[in-house]
Design a protein around this ligand. Structure first.
Ligand SMILES: [Zn+2]
Length: 290
């Protein structure tokens, strides 16, 4: 079992004698809350776990204010898998399609998927990168994505049993400590090869200091304070009402002749918002419909 201090948390670490930094993440209750009430198969929950671990690693590795959305679209059993993480380490997510399906490995649920990584900065700035997720693994697709987009060697290790998820990320930094290109390459390869030996069970159960000691006991590594990760949905009554404004007055009128209220349920967290005629009349008077 993961020590309680490290459940639902992530932390950064830095190699003191090599140009390499890393991230570690462990998700338990926060992941279970993302998945609860959806009736996902264990296989779908595992895939959600991998996506959740990955998006937390990506988000914490960036200095920004806003949120990162990691999503895959596929023609396979699942049409969409999406998990997002804010710069305050709040996660939420959803899987759409045949969410009770199972496969040999979770990635088989989204064959030939397109993986999109979107950075939405507070204030509206938006950047999206897309990379094919062709049957290999989410971790490998992300390795390729970072090499292309940031020109930095980056490796991900992602594990989930559906209840917990854990992950490790290594990234080579621009040359600073080590100038010799051959030595740089050697240091990176060694760090990679050692990380390759970590097992899912070790990442599920061991505190990050223990994981790093097992992998890199000959290195000096600086560990930063863990950051708490939690489930939080950004839906609200106001946002639901503004979504209804897109439907149009006539259609809303028609809906209200069939039923006295209109219910909007957030598909991510299951919260229901109920609107009656007077709520919606306010909407009709608002300038958004003119
Ligand atoms: Zn919600």
């Amino acid at each position: 079992m993961m020590p309680p201090d490290y459940q639902d948390s992530s932390l950064r670490f830095l190699f003191e004698k090599a140009d390499i930094r890393g991230e570690w993440v462990h998700l338990g209750p926060a992941l279970q809350t993302v998945n609860e009430a959806h009736g996902y198969s264990e296989c779908v929950r595992q895939l959600m776990g991998q996506f959740a671990a990955a998006v937390v690693l990506i988000s914490n590795n960036l200095k920004y204010s806003g949120k990162i959305v990691l999503q895959a679209r596929s023609e396979g059993p699942l049409s969409l898998v999406m998990v997002e993480c804010t710069s305050k380490s709040e996660i939420r997510g959803i899987a759409r399609g045949d969410t009770d399906s199972i496969a040999e490995t979770p990635i088989d649920l989204i064959p030939n998927a397109q993986l999109a990584i979107t950075i939405e900065r507070d204030g509206g700035q938006r950047y999206q990168g897309i990379v094919p997720l062709d049957g290999d693994s989410l971790a490998t697709a992300l390795d390729h994505y970072f090499l292309q987009s940031e020109q930095l060697h980056t490796r991900f290790w992602l594990f989930s049993d559906g209840n917990v998820a854990s992950g490790l990320m290594l990234q080579q930094l621009p040359s600073q400590i080590q100038q010799d290109p051959e030595d740089r390459k050697k240091q990176w390869q060694e760090a990679e090869v050692l990380a390759e030996t970590i097992t899912a069970d070790e990442l599920f159960d061991l505190a990050p200091s223990e994981v790093l000691h097992r992998l890199y006991h000959e290195q000096s590594i600086l560990l930063f304070e863990p950051q708490q990760v939690e489930f939080n949905c950004s839906c609200s009554r106001e946002r639901s009402l503004s979504a209804l404004s897109a439907i149009g007055v006539d259609e809303l009128e028609e809906m209200l002749t069939e039923q006295p209220t209109i219910d909007m349920t957030c598909e991510m967290c299951g919260t229901s918002y109920r609107f009656n005629r007077s709520d919606l009349l306010g909407l009709a008077e608002s300038p958004v419909l003119h």
